[in-house]
Ligand binder design. Sequence first.
Ligand code: NAD
Length: 438
Amino acid sequence: MRITVIGTGYVGLVTGICLADNGNDVIGYDIDSRKIESLQAGKLPIYEPGLSDLLQANVEAKRIHFTPDPKQAVEHGQVIFLAVGTPPKPDGSADLSAVEAVVNEISRFVTEPKILAIKSTVPIGTGDHLQAMLDKSGRPVTVVSNPEFLKEGSALDDFLRPDRVIIGAEARQAGEIVRGLYLPFVRNQKPILLMSRRAAEMTKYAANAFLAMRISFINEIAGMCEKLNVDIDEVRLGIGSDTRIGHHFLYPGPGYGGSCLPKDVQALAYLARCQGAQPELIETVHRVNERQKNVLFQKIVERFGPGLAGKKIAVWGVTFKARTDDIRESAALRLIDHLLTAQAQVVAHDPEGLENLARQYGQRLRYEADTYAALQAADALVIVTEWNRFRSPDFGRMRALMRSPIIFDGRNLYDQAQMQAEGFEYHSIGRPSIRPAT
Ligand code: NAD
């Protein structure tokens, strides 16, 4: 089938490349011409494991093309996937200006019947609104909601083997056409759920709010564990082993970030308030997370005092999670802001996120590509992201490099007894702090 993908970010690229790999004839369009130039040269503008090779294979096989021309893009696809950003506005609501701009482009260029599948996360009722815009322009376009559930870092696997596919359609035939595109990905009998457009939009928000709730829940319990001298990891295993609860999204940490959970939780709460509902639980999930994002800095202040002038703090991991270069809403940004305000000297290290970080912070901190060089003469190390390379480091080498062997671990990567034996002072989340053995 001829497919168009509008918005070649994390979601649009994964969607387009996976559909091309299945034999569809795909064209990708983005308003950012530098992205398109890079993609036309076969170069991926983001980091996502496995995606670069799959892009190259499909470019070579001429199953995917990229264009800076919206007319060419709109005319190409029988199905047009819309995957532009829906960032938060200051009041928490979703900014739909990019989505509406795309729909305006579509109504300029469409001449024959097409399906517009909305992959962007949009407030409940947006599909109805976009359908009304298109109907008013007289263009034969049917709007279908097709929210995306991939996770950055394992996006290919998530798209190729989804737990479920959600398709929200008012017109049955349009829903069936989109369903047909996904059949090759659900040969393992995972469901494709056809529902109303509004239910599909709500499913996406409800799923993200639930995942965020689990994270805020375990972070709140972790805070209690610290006060009550209990090890959160024992509790996490204890509750996660209950099959009604399970282990997913129950890891204490520095607060959730990324381009989805923070904005989607706020957008759902905003939408609910506008309709006169009382989203108390959802608002609390957000508040707990906002507080959690300060936890690592609070621990540093408890240890060193409020002024950090003359202190050199190394930060390992700046992306919001491992296996991505995405730093949007990362807890590391909040930490770095606090550290800079307290006049600490900050050295940041991350396997993939430093370019994006430097774009935001410029000369205000140091960027170190080497994991160990970042520790040179550091007064403390703070671990914010759970990259594999941080899990079993050479502790002897770390101790030798650091001015003082103090670690603040936002991901509970290390065994406390081992840290004590290795001679570290070790602070983690929801577990008692450890002083070196004397
Ligand atoms: P992104 O910021 O990586 O990519 C969005 C792209 O859209 C950018 O390349 C931007 O240049 C382009 N764009 C903006 N306005 C445009 C316009 N008028 N015409 C053409 N292109 C335009 O965003 P993303 O992370 O891929 O997210 C896209 C949507 O999918 C969001 O609504 C997000 O909430 C949702 N989503 C994201 C993820 C994720 O893990 N990133 C997962 C599920 C759903």
